[in-house]
Design a protein around this ligand. Structure first.
Ligand code: FES
Length: 277
């Protein structure tokens, strides 16, 4: 969709705010203009810039699926001024939205393949619409393995959806935390160790991973050890963003702008553009 002036945000209203973890809220917003609402199309992996008026603007992956009449959803972790202001919005308050921006997970290219999703902490946010899209079109894909880690059981961002994910056909969910508690009956282990233990096959498979940089670093090493090629591993890059439009040069990695060329890249693509002189 083409914005008339892409620097001017659309207005949206906060419809619901659900506390997912001690520091993450799921915000559901509705665009105010019916015309904008009708044309705001996006795919899993794309992001938007949300503005809390008077405080500033920050990028967030869109965690809902498009064309749902119930609005756009964002998992917002409270880590600074803008996110604090977004957490403090009341139902009915107005905020700004620019986007959708960036590329997306090319799920059409993954049809017929086994999919391995590996997410840590708030890194599950861009993976949630991928999972839900695959579940919505379950027959189009092979087996789905989800490995989801967090610091503690209370930090598992999409816990309310685990039952649906677990009960979906040909789908396995493996949960892990760094520190358990007396109620925790699942693994206490680091995500890369769980990937090594579960050892998904690289045959006809795609692995998609998002999370803290240290988790990604060791997870990529394990996936390579398991035989995944760099073009079978997909991740998202994070960068400081301002314009979202490839104009301000704040988000470059190598010769790419994360806001336009990314945030979704294969490991093969990342290796190529980081090697360039
Ligand atoms: S955020 Fe400005 S160029 Fe990417």
């Amino acid at each position: 969709m083409v914005l008339e002036n892409p620097f001017i945000p659309y207005l949206a209203t906060l419809k619901s705010a659900v506390q997912l973890t001690p520091d993450v809220k799921l915000l559901r917003i509705q665009l105010e203009s019916p015309a904008v609402k009708a044309s705001f199309d996006y795919k899993p992996g794309q992001f938007a810039l949300l503005s809390a008026f008077g405080e500033g603007e920050a990028p967030f992956g869109i965690v809902s699926l498009p064309r749902r009449s119930d609005g756009l959803e964002f998992a917002v972790r409270r880590i600074g001024t803008v996110t604090r202001a977004l957490h403090e919005l009341e139902l009915g308050d107005v905020l700004g939205v620019r986007g959708p921006f960036g590329n997306y997970f090319p799920l059409e290219d993954y049809t017929g393949k086994n999919i391995v999703i590996i997410g840590g902490g708030i890194g599950m946010a861009p993976l949630r619409p991928v999972i839900n899209k695959i579940l919505e079109q379950r027959d189009d894909y092979g087996n789905l393995l989800i490995i989801n880690g967090a610091r503690t059981p209370q930090d598992l961002v999409f816990a309310p959806e685990f039952k649906i994910w677990m009960e979906a056909p040909r789908t396995k969910l493996q949960l892990t935390v760094d520190r358990g508690d007396e109620s925790w009956g699942e693994r206490v282990a680091l995500v890369p160790d769980v990937v090594k233990e579960v050892a998904p096959s690289p045959d006809n498979a795609i692995a998609i991973t998002c999370g803290p940089p240290i988790m990604i670093h060791y997870t990529l090493a394990v996936l390579r050890e398991l035989g995944f090629k760099d073009n079978q591993i997909v991740t998202t890059l994070e960068a400081k963003m301002k314009c979202g439009l490839g104009k301000c040069a704040r988000c470059n990695v190598g010769d790419k702008y994360v806001c336009q060329d990314g945030p979704v890249f294969t490991l093969e693509q990342i290796s190529q553009f980081l090697e360039q002189p």
